[in-house]
Write a protein of this length. Sequence first.
Length: 136
Amino acid sequence: MFVHEHTKRIRYGETDQMGYLYYGNYALLFEIGRVEAIRSLGISYKELEEEIGVMMPVLYMESRYARPVKYDELITIRTILKEMPTKMIEFHHEILNEAGKIAHKGIVKLFFVDMKTNKRVSTPSYISNKISAYFD
C-alpha cells in the first residue's frame, strides 16, 4: 500500500458564501493529491503523456462529505493506493481538516489509454516499476 500526504491552505476564492469549501472543488483536491502522490514516486503526468504516450482519463469518481472544510484552513490531502494497478488505477482520497479529522473521502478510478491508438492499455511499466516496491 502506498500513502502520500500533501498540505494545502483553503483560499477565499475556493469557498462559498458561508465560508465553506465549495462542493465542486473537492474533485480539484483529489487531482492535487493524485498529481503530488505520483510526483513523489518520480512519475510525471507530463512525461507519461509526452514521452510514454499514455493518458489517464477518469472513469469513476465517488465523493462523500463528513464535515465542512472552511476558509483559511490548512488541510491535508491523503492519497492512498491500496492495490497495484493493472488495467485501472484506483486512488482513495481523504481530506483532513486542520484538527486532523476526516472531512471528506473519495475514490477516483482512472484507466490507461494509448494516445496514438486511443485504446485502453495495461499499466505502463513506467508506472508499475516505480510503485511495485509498495506492494511486495
